[in-house]
Design a protein. Structure first.
Length: 681
């Protein structure tokens, strides 16, 4: 302080207070008094005035701190709990930190102890294990080694001190300025002496310090949660007690999955099925007994199902698998036809709670069976519905005991089922478009009867008019195929009426039924148990996100499209986009087809081309340009969408949940990148 006052000009340079030889002869009050005598209060000395009072205030604050600290120990403060209880763990037998320290160091009767009743004999009886005995011997060897070195150092100092004392006549010689140095040496040696279980006093001191620190952390964690639980907002009914606040901030609402890919898949299946139905009536070898076009449509309605063994419809939806299982019926079957009332429980029983595959193909009721799985030939491809979780599958979907994952899975399965059966929501626009894609893209004869029938094809939004004329004076319905307006309309309908509704229903169900309230089983684990609850949040959010993004997808294209793609890639491995399914090779060379397959290939390519023009049908929000091309590429590769969502879609979430979403995106992108790298290497 004297040096600072001297630099400010409040003490002369040769003042006795600045002489090191006067150390201990003068106190702080002497320095402040002398500086005050030299201080002149005028505007020319504002800097000196500021420095003087700054040091004076600092000294006063320092004294007040000591007074307050002494008062804490002397004055009986009204604490909510006694100070001693702050360092006591009420449930040491279940405390994670205590159990971990016991199992790591193997010293019994240290951590499982409490002023409250507790069963600690079980945990104490476990230790020490043989590995602990080895650890204790290692500590003992370490302590004896350091103790030996310490004794040698102590003997050296004893000899030096005696010699210097004899020479100088000063106690402890000139090497030590006070008596505390040898005392510290003796204490250090005492801390190195091994006692119980080979540990020395210093190591025991460390273990007990860890115990007190863990108890203090546990007491704080419990008081925090109990205070929240006892608050009027959480008492009794309400939101329940959890340390993070409102439930709405604990479950992230994911980006809405885009319906484009599954609607495109079902559109291809409809076109494919109609193509086989129409071909059966036109090929000469199938003319006898084939159903005429005027007798109905290419698949049955929700109210009229075909009779097995007498079914003119070739393409039908099936569950297929290679071997039976022990689940309830239809689990023991290897083939099961999907009806308009087939439930998600039947699907899960058939596949043993695994991914659901719906095959659109033909099963022969007579003659030589097909060799494919379940004896169903996948003429029109497979739709796979990923199963993320089946928690709560044994109760009605959406009822108590069910789960958000089951709500989403049921919605996805019902969506695919209803987009097939004629008369169900979603199937009508697809069935109309299928007629137009096949009949008009292949210029079928007498197509007017079918394409210009307002009950079967034309007249819908984005579809050719039944009466409007082209410049050739022919009706639109005889030449045009569905427009982009039609595909966007049907996609938006499925998106808003099915997927978005299912997402919100599942999110609401999760908020009301998910196990996101902290309970005594976690609180009894102590402060380390907080990680268990945080991990539960990660699990809940991860399962919910995975369920939402597990959208049904086409895992196998119609057989004609698979054949065209293989042929195209055999000629040109670099072919991409809609060219993959184009039924013509370079220089307009036609791909060789079997009877009737050419028209099917043309109609399917026309359908695929509509859905994938202008960059693709999916409209995947993950592929939208949100920032710039570089940032979008980085987000896709690194999975950092969650990082940008912190100030966007997830701004309302708890920071911990925001971090969960960032981590999930990065982990999933890493797995995806590894898969891509493995596939391209």
């Amino acid at each position: 302080m004297a040096q600072i006052y001297a630099m400010a000009g409040l003490l002369p340079p040769n003042h006795p207070y600045l002489n090191p030889e006067n150390k201990g002869r003068y106190g702080v009050r002497h320095v402040i008094a002398e500086a005050a005598n030299n201080l002149q209060l005028n505007k020319h000395n504002l800097d000196k005035i500021f420095i003087f009072f700054a040091l004076l205030v600092g000294a006063v604050i320092l004294i007040m701190q000591f007074v307050i600290m002494i008062g804490v120990f002397l004055i009986n403060t009204a604490w909510a709990i006694p100070i001693a209880d702050l360092f006591d763990t009420l449930n040491p037998q279940t405390d994670i930190a205590y159990n971990l320290l016991t199992l790591v160091f193997g010293v019994p009767d240290i951590y499982c102890s409490s002023s409250s009743p507790g069963v600690c004999s079980d945990s104490n009886a476990l230790v020490p294990f043989p590995i602990h005995n080895g650890l204790h011997d290692l500590f003992q060897f370490y302590s004896f080694g350091l103790l030996l070195i310490g004794v040698l150092i102590l003997l050296y100092f004893i000899i030096v001190i005696i010699a210097e004392t004899a020479v100088t006549g000063s106690p402890f010689g000139r090497r030590f300025q006070n008596v505390w140095v040898p005392v510290r040496i003796v204490v250090a040696l005492g801390l190195l002496v091994p006692i119980n279980y080979g540990l020395n006093s210093g190591q025991y001191l460390t273990l007990y310090t860890a115990k007190l620190g863990s108890s203090l952390a546990t007491s704080g964690w419990l008081r925090y949660n109990n205070t929240i639980e006892n608050h009027s907002l959480f008492g009794g009914g309400g939101n329940g007690a959890n340390p993070m606040g409102e439930k709405e901030t604990l479950i992230a609402l994911p980006k809405r999955p885009d319906a484009g890919s599954i609607v495109q898949a079902m559109s291809l299946i409809h076109t494919c099925a109609y193509s086989y139905w129409a071909t059966a009536g036109e090929l000469p070898e199938n003319a006898n007994g084939a159903r005429p076009f005027t007798a109905g449509h290419y698949h049955y309605t929700t109210g009229t199902q075909p009779v097995a063994g007498n079914d003119p419809i070739k393409i039908r939806p099936w569950f297929v698998k290679t071997s039976p299982n022990t689940f309830p019926a239809p689990g023991p079957e290897t083939r099961y036809e999907v009806r308009n009332n087939t439930t998600i429980q039947e699907a899960l029983d058939f596949y043993g709670n695994g991914n659901i595959i719906i095959r659109f193909g033909e099963h022969k009721t007579s003659g030589n069976p097909h060799s494919e799985t379940g004896e169903v030939k996948p003429y029109c491809g497979d739709i796979t519905i990923p199963v993320v979780s089946v928690l709560g599958r044994n109760v009605p979907v959406g009822s108590p005991g069910s789960s958000a994952a089951m709500i989403i899975l049921d919605a996805y399965f019902t969506m695919v089922r209803n987009m097939w059966f004629r008369g169900a929501a979603g199937a009508e626009p697809l069935s109309r478009a299928a007629v137009l894609f096949y009949e008009n893209s292949t210029s079928q004869q007498n197509r007017t009867v079918r394409t210009c029938d307002p009950a079967e094809a034309c007249g819908g939004l984005g579809l050719p008019s039944c009466t409007a004329l082209l410049f050739t004076a022919e009706r639109e319905c005889t030449h045009l195929t569905p427009s982009k307006e039609w595909s966007e309309t049907i996609k938006d309908q499925i998106q808003s009426l099915i997927i978005d509704v299912a997402l919100m229903d599942a999110w609401t169900f999760y908020l009301n039924n998910a196990d996101i309230e902290i309970e005594n089983a976690i609180l009894n684990r102590g402060w380390a148990g907080a990680g268990m609850w945080f991990n539960r949040l990660a699990h809940l959010n991860g399962t919910f996100q995975d369920s939402i993004t597990a959208l049904p997808h086409m895992s196998l294209y119609p057989s004609v499209m698979e054949y065209v793609r293989d042929t195209q890639q055999a000629e040109n491995a670099g072919v991409t986009g809609t060219e993959l399914f184009k039924p013509y090779l370079s220089r307009e060379r036609q791909i060789p087809f079997g009877p009737g397959d050419k028209n099917t290939a043309i109609a399917l390519h026309k359908t695929y081309e509509l859905w994938n023009q202008d960059g693709g049908a999916s409209g995947d929000p993950e592929k939208e340009v949100m920032y710039n091309a570089f940032m979008d590429a980085m987000n896709m590769v690194l999975g950092t969408d969650g990082l940008f969502d912190i100030r966007g879609a997830n701004v309302h979430l708890n920071p911990l949940v925001q971090l969960i979403m960032i981590g999930k995106g990065m982990v999933e992108s890493t797995i995806r990148n590894l898969g891509v790298a493995a596939g391209t290497s």
